[in-house]
Design a protein around this ligand. Structure first.
Ligand SMILES: Nc1ncnc2c1ncn2[C@@H]1O[C@H](COP(=O)(O)OP(=O)(O)OP(=O)(O)O)[C@@H](O)[C@H]1O
Ligand SMILES: [Mg+2]
Length: 323
């Protein structure tokens, strides 16, 4: 088996806010093999985006502090790297697509300038070549009249087109790892389906590993090879996609999977589990999930369960699952 593209080991990221310390990424370990897609799922505020930002080196500092752990990209630990070193890696060996492309596209530059800038920052090529490769990539993400679109500003494009441009920028340097954080949540349903289809095609064509953060279980089922479920800053279960749908072991995962189609937006959304995600400022002792857990017992309130291997490739952090 090839070494993983990404190997996150015991990563701990704390946010030092005025109200106290939030352990947003609480000793998280996960890995993604070459060409593999890992879906990261969990309710709002459980630390998915912060995990992604830690990998790509964009944790806001302050308040963020990487307290410990490793982020190995191709075996190389990114945690000790300088901002300058991370800038060189971003857009080159790894790239990220965000939920709202307007936050990552610069409104004052044409999309052509932004595409070319990415190439020129990472590759020793001429402006003419950068232009040609940018147009080719816009065509590849199915932007009509790509040549002419190079001169457009981001606000002149629709949301779906902007997301295609973001994907084009992300893939220009053929990264080993693409992180997509809710890449379709801000789009209408038809456009969502098109963007996902595009990502699926490009993933096969470019052979990149994909860390896909999503709320939509339909997307998980269609896109992911493996799934990591986060709760209150921790990974509480991880398994292959078929295994996790067929045989979820953590009560939190079971709750998530008991989802009902939401007819209002035509999409399956995560079910609501009674109670709310704990305030990460005041995590309960023991298992974070016990206040909402239907099967919690005394031990769950006192002692935190570690991720335990229940079957090959299937781990869960639950006293009752490993019993
Ligand atoms: N800049 C910040 N300052 C303080 N706290 C923050 C900041 N950004 C995030 N947090 C907190 O860190 C925790 C993890 O947030 P994160 O954005 O990673 O969650 P998420 O799983 O991506 O949620 P969502 O599904 O809503 O995107 C939350 O408790 C959030 O309130
Ligand atoms: Mg998020």
């Amino acid at each position: 088996m090839a070494d993983p593209v990404l190997d996150v080991r015991d990563l701990h990221v704390a946010l030092h806010t005025r109200r106290g310390v939030i352990h947003a990424v609480d000793h998280v370990s996960l890995h993604i093999d070459p060409g593999e897609t890992l879906a990261l799922v969990g309710e709002s505020g459980c630390g998915k985006t912060m995990t992604a930002l830690s990998v790509i080196g964009l944790v806001p500092k302050p308040p963020g502090v990487i307290e410990g752990g490793q982020v190995l990209l191709g075996g190389d630990d990114l945690v000790p790297k300088s901002d300058e070193e991370m800038r060189r890696l971003r857009g080159d060996r790894m790239a990220m697509v965000f939920q709202e492309p307007m936050t990552s596209l610069d409104p004052v530059f044409t999309i052509g300038a932004q595409l070319m800038e990415t190439l020129l920052a990472h590759r020793a090529i001429s402006r003419a070549d950068a232009h040609a490769q940018s147009v080719a990539m816009l065509k590849r993400v199915q932007i009509p009249e790509a040549e002419r679109r190079m001169d457009n500003y981001p606000h002149e494009l629709s949301g779906g087109m902007r997301q295609r441009v973001m994907i084009a920028i992300a893939l220009l340097c053929r990264p080993d790892l693409l992180i997509a954080d809710e890449p379709t949540t801000a789009l209408d349903v038809t456009t969502q389906a098109q963007i996902l289809e595009l990502l699926r095609e490009l993933r096969g064509e470019f052979g990149m590993a994909l860390l896909l953060i999503t709320h939509a279980l339909g997307v998980v089922a269609e896109m992911a090879d493996r799934v990591a479920v986060m709760y209150a800053g921790r990974v509480v279960e991880t398994a292959g996609v078929e295994e996790i749908f067929a045989n979820p072991r953590h009560p939190y995962t079971k709750g998530l999977l008991a989802s009902i189609p939401d007819l209002a937006d035509g999409q399956e959304r995560l079910a609501t589990i009674p109670g709310t995600v704990p305030n990460l400022l005041h995590k309960p002792p023991g298992c974070c999930f016990w206040p909402r857990c239907p099967i919690a017992e005394a031990r769950c309130r006192a002692q935190e369960p570690a991720l335990a291997e229940l079957a090959p490739g299937h781990q869960a952090a639950c006293w009752k699952a490993s019993a």
